[in-house]
Design a protein around this ligand. Structure first.
Ligand SMILES: [Zn+2]
Ligand SMILES: [Zn+2]
Ligand SMILES: [Zn+2]
Length: 498
């Protein structure tokens, strides 16, 4: 036993084959160098004999097994809990986490763990890989400072408390974490920020003459609209921005009236026209239209009219060649991240809007031995070649992340706990690689509407019957040109949707 461990230079390490590294003398039965033992200690794996995740550094025949199976004295167990699966320092990562998190969530004045935050402690300690929360507890100073204040009762554990803080990433992260564990109820960031914006930036600066009208308009009409978007899953950054622009336009109009000593009830079309003509190069008609419509509807003033531009009709601004070349690129250029390629292809091939793509769930994808089916609306659609493999591979990596119990099963999980990616990420990344999601989606609608009856299309893609019919009409008109373009595009193998 001792003679073999003492002569270190002649026999090679059974792990790396080197003869110039010091042998780990604690392990008998074979010669393994210290760096190899350390590597194995840091990367425990299922033991081939007992199946438990242990440090495999001990000999049993020619196999490396765990200490128990080799009948060797324990070397790498956590002295606290006996686990080997997550080595950290003197004790394992889970035990270190338990100590640090308990300390963080305990009020030093009373020595009591904050009971409202106890579920957070349980959630951390029971996480599959305790190293992730341990890293967060040890490194995220801004979030942990806030959490400490909450634990001590210096700050309440509520959405109200968060609303008074700047919307920084660490604050949002902590807030989403508390929501995902159920310590706080759900919240809608865009609605929440709109309310904060009204309270802190708008309300204090309103002229007294305008305050009542603007408050009613913003808090009843605009805010209700935002809530409606939120429940439909269409509340994007663009919608939130537009809400603020509309409120600002209304303020501008009310202030113009106040300067003239005219109340909103007595305002005339001349006043309104002046506001519109005062804003050259900027579509004031469109931004004030919602306020005027509200004023009419609520009988504040029924003499004013402003019609914003109608929504753009079904039109296509991307050529067929461009459309299919974008599809080809997304299918074949594998240096782009998989989630960006998938989102792009869902838009380009199946006319899915980005706000619906970001909120897709894993249950919408059904993988069989031969096919990959995606249910965008009511009926599953078989994915074309390449896209099916892309999805299969993506799901494998996504499954690796699907480890925490609070994972709500988003297809595209975001960086914030419990939340999916936001549309702006997809829009930015697709635009960065030369793909215009909005225009591409319209081109896709055109191609699909040309081939599939409107009601079927509505059921497959989740668009309204009316919308599908409008596209069918447009496609029908250009049917011959479409066929010709498609033939010219060479029927590129398998890229046609559905
Ligand atoms: Zn070695
Ligand atoms: Zn074993
Ligand atoms: Zn331990």
């Amino acid at each position: 036993m001792t003679s073999s461990t003492q002569k270190t230079r002649l026999s090679p390490c059974i792990g790396c084959g080197r003869t110039d590294t010091p042998i780990d003398q604690r392990i008998t039965g074979w010669q393994m160098c210290r760096p190899c033992t350390k590597r194995r200690r840091n990367h425990p794996a299922p033991c081939p004999t007992c199946g438990l995740v242990r440090v495999l550094a001990f000999p049993l025949g020619k196999q490396a097994v765990c200490t128990t199976c080799a009948g060797a004295p324990p070397l790498f167990e956590c002295p606290n809990c006996g686990e080997e699966s997550h080595p950290y320092g003197k004790v394992c990562a889970r035990c270190t986490l338990a100590t640090r998190a308990t300390e963080l969530l305990t009020d030093p004045a009373t020595g009591h763990l904050n009971q409202q935050l106890r579920p957070l402690l349980d959630y951390w300690i029971n996480s599959v890989d305790p190293r992730t929360p341990l890293r967060w507890v040890s490194q995220s100073q801004a979030s942990t400072d806030l959490l400490r204040q909450m634990a001590c009762g210096q700050s309440s554990i509520s959405h109200v408390a968060f609303r008074q803080l700047p919307p920084t990433k660490p604050n949002d992260y902590l807030r989403n974490l508390l929501v995902s564990i159920g310590i706080l109820g759900p919240w809608e960031p865009h609605v929440d920020r709109f309310i904060s914006w009204l309270d802190t930036e708008i309300a204090p600066r309103l002229e007294p003459e305008c305050a009542f009208t603007i408050n009613s308009y913003a808090r009843w009409h605009i805010l209700r609209n935002l809530h409606r978007h939120a429940s439909n899953g269409t509340l994007t950054q663009a919608v939130a921005n537009s809400a603020r622009i509309r409120v600002r336009a209304a303020i501008e109009f009310c202030e113009l009236l106040a300067r003239r000593g005219v109340s909103i009830e007595d305002a005339t079309q001349v006043d309104l026209e002046e506001l519109i003509s005062n804003s050259p190069g900027y579509n004031r008609t469109k931004t004030i239209a919602s306020f005027i419509a509200w004023a009419r509807k609520t009988r504040v003033n029924r003499n004013l009219t402003a019609s914003g531009e109608p929504w753009p009709n079904a039109t296509v601004t991307i050529s067929t060649e461009q459309h299919w070349s974008d599809v080809e690129r997304l299918l074949n250029e594998d240096h782009h991240p998989a989630h960006i390629r998938l989102a792009g292809l869902f838009t380009l091939l199946f006319a899915q809007p980005l706000n619906r793509i970001v909120a897709m769930r894993l249950q919408q994808i059904h993988v069989t031995e031969t096919d990959v089916l995606v249910t965008f609306a009511n009926d599953p659609i078989e994915m074309p070649p390449i896209l099916d493999d892309l999805l299969r591979n993506y799901l494998t990596t996504r499954a690796d992340r699907l480890v925490e119990t609070s994972d709500p099963g988003w297809l595209f999980p975001g960086g914030q706990p419990g939340r999916h990616l936001v549309t702006e990420v997809f829009r930015r990344d697709l635009t960065a690689i030369g793909i215009k999601p909005y225009e591409s989606r319209k081109a896709s609608m055109f191609h699909l509407a040309a081939r599939i009856p409107a009601p079927v299309l509505a059921g497959l893609l989740g668009i309204t019957d009316r919308n599908a019919a409008a596209w069918a009409k447009l496609s029908g008109r250009d049917w011959s040109a479409y066929i010709q373009h498609r033939d010219e595009a060479g029927q590129k193998g398998g890229t046609h949707a559905i």
